[in-house]
Design a protein around this ligand. Structure first.
Ligand code: LHQ
Length: 260
């Protein structure tokens, strides 16, 4: 069985984590599937938005805790796992100039929670939850959690979530601004598909620059950010989609963006 299912339809590359009996925990195979999907997203112009979700009742339970031999006396180098798989994945997701929508269908724990937060827009089912499970097994947050959480939720909430490993409901995650929104379980598929299709038919280059502008703002001064906005606007103003957007407005019709 493939650990990751990938399909392309109407510009949306749907990526489904597919180890439902282990709540889609990460193993090497699943990482390989994700790396392949990212390579497709990076190289295929037909891919204009990514939609990530999980098969079964969970989204992702973090690293597969059964994948290592804990009885071996040799010290485990977990840093090597991060260097090999998790860190390149998060960096690629952030660098991809296309939107990534995440539909969190169930529990997201450990690296699974932070993988969701590495996506650009997160929608969760009301029954889903987020757990910084690391502390429960004597680890520290990884997969970008110690970067994303304080920025999204503030220092206090990030600290308490990481130190307690308490479960955060999807409703609270929405209230705290950690995710975009939470929807009824029955609506998750339709709502996330609708958003992904909307983005996939949008002005792709402009969406890519919006993504970069918002993320770069975290480390930029206002002055540097104003310069970045000027440079991006100069660049995007030469594109076909800008011409089409204005023409459609003046002709009182819906724009047909091509992503160019
Ligand atoms: C699992 C897992 C799992 C394997 C559920 N692995 N089987 C760490 C190390 C190395 C390098 C990089 O980074 C990391 C980062 C991390 O991600 S550390 C954090 C790892 N994850 C966790 O500590 C979470 C462990 N899981 C849980 O606490 C619970 O399963 C949660 C709260 C997610 C869900 O609870 P329940 O809904 O009660 O489900 P369950 O516990 O009954 O799990 C269902 C099945 O999935 C079960 O298998 P079984 O054969 O008994 O039905 C679990 O063993 C399996 N599973 N998580 N991470």
């Amino acid at each position: 069985m493939d650990s990751v299912l990938v399909s392309l339809e109407a510009g949306v590359l749907r990526i489904t984590l597919n180890r439902p009996d282990k709540l889609n925990a990460f193993n090497v195979d699943l990482h390989k599937g994700l790396a392949d999907a990212m390579a497709r997203a990076e190289t295929e112009a037909a891919v204009r938005c990514l939609l990530v979700t999980g098969a079964g009742r969970g989204f992702c339970a973090g690293a597969d805790l059964t994948a290592r031999d804990m009885k071996s006396p040799a010290p485990l180098d977990l840093g090597a796992m991060l260097d090999a798989h998790y860190n390149p994945l998060v960096k690629r997701m952030r660098a991809l100039p296309k939107p990534i929508v995440c539909a969190v269908n169930g529990v997201a724990a450990g690296a699974g929670a932070n993988f969701a937060l590495a996506c650009d827009i997160v929608i969760a089912a009301r029954s889903a939850s987020f757990i910084q499970a690391f502390v429960k097994i004597g680890l520290v947050p990884d997969c970008g959690g110690s970067y994303f959480l304080p920025r999204l939720a503030g220092t206090q909430r990030a600290m308490a979530l990481a130190m307690t490993g308490d479960r955060l409901s999807a409703e609270d995650a929405e209230r705290w601004g950690i995710i975009w929104k939470c929807v009824d379980d029955a609506d998750l598929k339709a709502e996330s598909e609708k958003l992904a299709r909307q983005l996939a038919s949008g002005p792709t280059k402009s969406l890519g620059l919006i993504k970069q502008a918002i993320y770069d703002s975290a480390s930029n001064s206002l002055s540097a950010q104003l310069d970045l906005e000027r440079d991006f606007q100069r660049e995007i103003g030469k594109g076909e989609d800008y011409r089409e957007g204005v023409a459609a407005f003046l002709e009182k019709r819906k724009p047909e963006f091509t992503g160019r």
